[in-house]
Design a protein around this ligand. Sequence first.
Ligand code: Z15
Length: 830
Amino acid sequence: VTGPQFEPTHERALTPAVGPARDVDGFVRQFLRELNYTQGVPLSRSTLNDQYLALARTVRHYLMQGWIRTGKRRRDAGDKVIGYLSAEYLLGRQLDNALLAAGLEDIAREAMKECGLDVDLLRSQEIEPGLGNGGLGRLAACFVDSLATMDVSCIGYGIRYEYGIFKQTFEDGRQVEVPDSWLALGSPWEFPQPDRAVQIDFGGHTERYTGDDGRERTRWVPAWDVQAVPYHLLVPGYRNGVVNTLRLWSAKATNAFDLQLFNQGDYAEAVRAQTFAENITKVLYPEDSTPQGRELRLQQQYFFVAASIKDFIRHTLPADFDLHRLPERIAFQLNDTHPVIAIPELMRILVDEHDFEWDEAWDVTKQCFDYTCHTLLPEALEVWPVDLLGRLLPRHLEIVYRLNEDFLARVREQFDGDEVRARRMSMVQENPVRAIRMAHLATVAATKVNGVAELHSQLLRDKVLPDFSEMWPDKFTNVTNGVTPRRFVRIANPGMSELVTEAIGEGWLTDLERLRELEPFADDAAFRERFRAVKAGNKERLRQLLHHRDGIDLPEGHLLDVMVKRLHEYKRQSLKLLHVVSLYQRLLSDEVDPESTTPRTVVFGAKAAPGYFMAKETIALINAVAATIDADERVAGRLAIAFPANYNVTLAETLIPAADLSEQISLAGKEASGTGNMKFALNGALTIGTDDGANVEIRQLVGDDNFFLFGMTEPRVAELQAKGYVPGDVYASSPRLKSAIDFLASGEATGGDPSRAAAVVDDLLSSDRFMALADFDAYVEAQEKVEATYADTEAWTRSAILNVARSGFFSSDRSMRDYLDRIWNVSARS
Ligand code: Z15
């Protein structure tokens, strides 16, 4: 079946059914219908999960008309579609966002009350779809939210992992991963479309043959295939009736494949084959920015992009659409290198299946792709060994070789046969193994290549892809990341949202630069008082949550110092830990009166990739230090460390609005952008940070007086690296650093057990790849300024308000506008 097949007999059958009435009564009726007829239980016998599912499905009903209308309007208009290709979408809870988008919060609250239920309790039942690792996946989720809110035609293509990012638990302070079975209790937000499944081929070989027209052609003879089943999820715009689509692909065994084996009598083998096929979308790889080069991961990548392109051509474009005009109808945005295999796939479709001439196909393909790079770490740039690629996708490897030949011929022509340059720029790396450099392939094919913050885009041009930017200066551009204010301000921080609306009126949620109008309120003592009350309320909300969720009792009245992000050496959680140890030592020494210090609670949240040894050691060390400080009466009330397990979007939504201080302390030149940094600033935390990623732009906007800058700049880092960095020298020359490290190494900060600290301490002293020691003194000094400023409550609040007022730039709506102007050449309707 390729499309809707029906003969309408009644005109009324052509218009979408009306949704439930938009009032408390209509909501209650629909809720009970869902509970009784879909869930199959009476209210009196229903569990919390039954109630949550019925509530979710009820809210979904209100969005369906918008989804049907949006789709029809877009098809009728023949709009150009943004096809966002991303292996990750870190969505966060859906119910909160759907209620907000549909404007149903009050009605739902009232309706649940009429049923004797508490809407907040039901909201808290939802397990968030964690289909991403960290920043990259969350960015994709923010972008699709903004595009729907701006009424831009977008389909987000991705993978429906059966298991998302693992659930983190601690055993004896060490990370233990538990599978995230987010689908187990029902998945009310997705619509499976098994009848729109497409077949995806793998393996086999290629053959030359002569076509009917006498032309030499190539055909791929695959060895096996799987079915890709689309599930669609709703992406509602904020109160504009627009509902866009996320299409997430799930792998299913091909029936014919099984039957064949079954007919041969090998039933067990047939079932095994099914499991094999369905493995493809079984689990999200939990490495954030350190890919492992596993075959299954390449299968995932090809699986979802091949399904997306096929689906777009077959089901989204009108039948018999002339593919020469494809670029008028689609712009595929490559979210990092993960979907880059889409480039040879489109070439294959055009050349092998649609008889395009090679050059003609290349011309179309180039116009259809743009590439976003999200990293500067060399180990994050994916390369696929050619033996693996050739085994899995033999035709694609041939296509890449041919593209590379053509490309290198151009390089040699333009640069006088410069062979060294050609080797540097080649899509094929020769050592240590022959492999395809996906970033080079993407850069050659893409119309535009962008970095994700000003500094990152500049370093991308100058350091990561300098030959390419010399060859094509106009190809490169910047779009600074952003975050959706709907989720990260309105939902996460209702108290502040209300205060803001009272001060500057409605409208700022979709026009975030309007937060500027808050600036004068920074000088209004009464407003500052209320702003502080909101922060205090948010802290109280966090205390309640951590008490129930983790059994953690946060002290009251502390400076709340928060570092939440993936655990990675370049992000330097170890630097933060050294600072904590140093604070602990200061409290234990006789030099200062503890009463004169600022009481501080440091909150960490971080998952480590399961195979990342140093990251896991760092987690164990933080937990050991936390336990030691917690047990030490001498510092009670002055210093506490909390490390709630399983930091995720849901926890972020309570944690970030409560924070006073935002830790953004990566080594300069390593964090492409950061997006947590933006969320904190928008929620009135002050940043202590290095000159890295989007921190640079945050500081420029909020002003130096409202930002605690420290540490080496990127050029200084490069210089030190070049001359040879010796961490031992820094250790020897800084008494405070030496004291903190010695204290850690002695076991005094880890309950008397020095082994807990050994791996981290040894690494810092012997290699310290990310120069934590070099920035330690500057960091401690900046933290002293933090304490001095915090002591002046009015000055601190003033800065916090100015952070909010001046961070409107970091709305993902602005990011999307920049993509529309600089990359997609499409305009928004709002
Ligand atoms: C990831 O989360 C990021 C980059 C990557 O290359 C991968 Cl594989 C995962 C992050 C960056 O580290 C972060 O700086 C940036 O803000 C985020 O992507 C979104 O661009």
